[in-house]
Design a protein around this ligand. Structure first.
Ligand SMILES: Cc1cc2nc3c(=O)[nH]c(=O)nc-3n(C[C@H](O)[C@H](O)[C@H](O)COP(=O)(O)OP(=O)(O)OC[C@H]3O[C@@H](n4cnc5c(N)ncnc54)[C@H](O)[C@@H]3O)c2cc1C
Length: 394
């Protein structure tokens, strides 16, 4: 088991760098990224320059060795400036974690992570597939192996920033004769594949993630198939990293919405010194909801780091109780985020409804509406329902 923890000074510098990028680069480009549904290139370049993309790479391989809590704080900081940029960062960290936690027994993946830290590669993900209906634990496409090489073709419904990434982690059946649930993760590098865009990405929100459908045709050395099964990588890494990091950045978006509403209320209060505007009560209510949301992901991120530091931590992450906690976090954070932004909108009113004021909340609102769809809450609730039937209370 690899215990991930960074040097506190190094992490504080990384967090300060992300906060500075959020203020000086991500926030100024956020509206244009949203309007034009374009990739937040300036933000990602700034993150690369500050070596933020290797935050989750182990120290001995050249990264900062950040644990879950630290990565979540970085995503939350960026989410306060631009939801799409923070989602790109979170999705990249999820892929890095899969390699760092399941690939370290492979010389190839150790070397790859070292290069990732050196060159600040950006990793994307392709779990979705035409015909699997949002079920990440099933694949139709399969890896074919011959003479030490693989070939893999996949029709993905959604592939965030695949066009801009240095590599994509792709789920597929282990072999042509394997069942749909016997999956592996394959690292497909930019030079290994041909990507053909199959659908558009003109969405309500998260427009800067640039996530249309793609047909991927790839081939490469067999060593790029991550050792072990995706079933384990999914339960022990992809699901907890996704649900905790997504929740942290959704919180970041809502925190900025509440900050805008708070600024509106304070501006009103300054006009009438000595009085408390009625909107201040609404602000107090929404700030408690915001705090509860933050404590949820922050506590579970800390719990993940604690479990991970134990000798049998990887085993514990396979427990039903832990899977339920992750599902509950995802559902509650994705439901809370639009409610909080909605309440912030009610507080600031028309100036928040307008798209061109300093209190505008349209982008925030549209971005957080993706949260319940990004792995459908209905699908997650159905899985939790089955697990609750067999859970033994401890
Ligand atoms: C911003 C964003 C970025 C994304 N980036 C990527 C990416 O980079 N790579 C990638 O592979 N994918 C990505 N995705 C896709 C994501 O992983 C999911 O695959 C996708 O959101 C699920 O789409 P769906 O609504 O068709 O899902 P489905 O789960 O098929 O849901 C379809 C409908 O069925 C309902 N439903 C499903 N299960 C049940 C049930 N058990 N009971 C009742 N109703 C049910 C749902 O509520 C929904 O209405 C992204 C999605 C978003 C929103």
């Amino acid at each position: 088991m690899l215990a991930m923890s960074s040097n506190p000074n190094e992490f504080n510098k990384l967090l300060a760098a992300v906060k500075a990028i959020a203020t000086n680069v991500a926030a100024p480009e956020a509206a244009d990224v949203d309007v034009r549904a374009r990739f937040p290139q300036a933000t990602v370049t700034a993150l690369q320059k500050a070596r933020v993309l290797s935050a989750g790479v182990p120290k001995e391989l050249g990264g900062a060795g950040c644990g879950m809590r630290e990565l979540a704080l970085l995503c939350a900081a960026l989410g306060q400036a631009c939801g799409s940029s923070a989602m790109v960062l979170a999705m990249h960290y999820i892929q890095v974690a899969c390699l760092a936690r399941h690939g370290l027994n492979s010389d190839f993946f150790r070397r790859y992570l070292h290069s990732l830290a050196e060159h600040q590669y950006l990793l994307a993900s392709m779990t979705s597939e035409n015909g699997t209906f949002g079920e990440t634990r099933t694949s139709i496409c399969a890896v074919e192996r011959e003479n030490g090489r693989f070939t893999l073709t996949k029709d993905a419904t959604t592939g965030s920033y695949c066009e801009y990434a240095d590599a994509i982690l792709v789920t597929a059946r282990r072999a042509l004769d394997a069942p749909g649930s016997d999956q592996v993760l394959v690292l497909v590098r930019e030079g290994d594949c041909k990507l053909t865009q199959s659908t558009s990405w003109d969405t309500l929100g998260m427009r800067g993630t640039c996530s249309p459908g793609f047909r991927l045709e790839s081939s490469g050395p067999e060593e790029q198939i991550l050792p072990g099964s995706f079933a384990d990588a999914s339960a022990q890494t992809m699901v907890p990293y996704s649900h905790i990091l997504w929740s942290s950045l959704w919180w970041g978006i809502t925190a900025d919405a509440v900050a805008r509403a708070a600024e509106f209320v304070r501006a009103g209060a300054r006009k009438n010194p000595g009085t408390v505007p009625p909107t201040a009560i609404r602000l107090a209510e929404v700030s408690s909801q915001l705090q509860a949301m933050r404590h949820n992901w922050l506590n579970l991120a800390g719990e993940f780091d604690d479990i991970n530091a134990r000798h049998d931590g990887m085993q514990q992450l396979l427990a039903i109780g832990w899977a339920l906690k992750m599902n509950n976090l995802k559902i509650s954070a994705s439901e809370a985020a639009p409610q909080i932004v909605h309440r912030a909108l009610q507080i600031a009113g028309i100036v928040a409804y307008k798209n061109d004021t300093k209190f505008s909340l349209g982008r925030h609102y549209r971005d957080v509406l993706s949260a319940s769809l990004m792995i459908s809450n209905e699908r997650i609730a159905a899985k939790s329902a089955s697990m609750l039937l067999v859970l033994k209370d401890t």
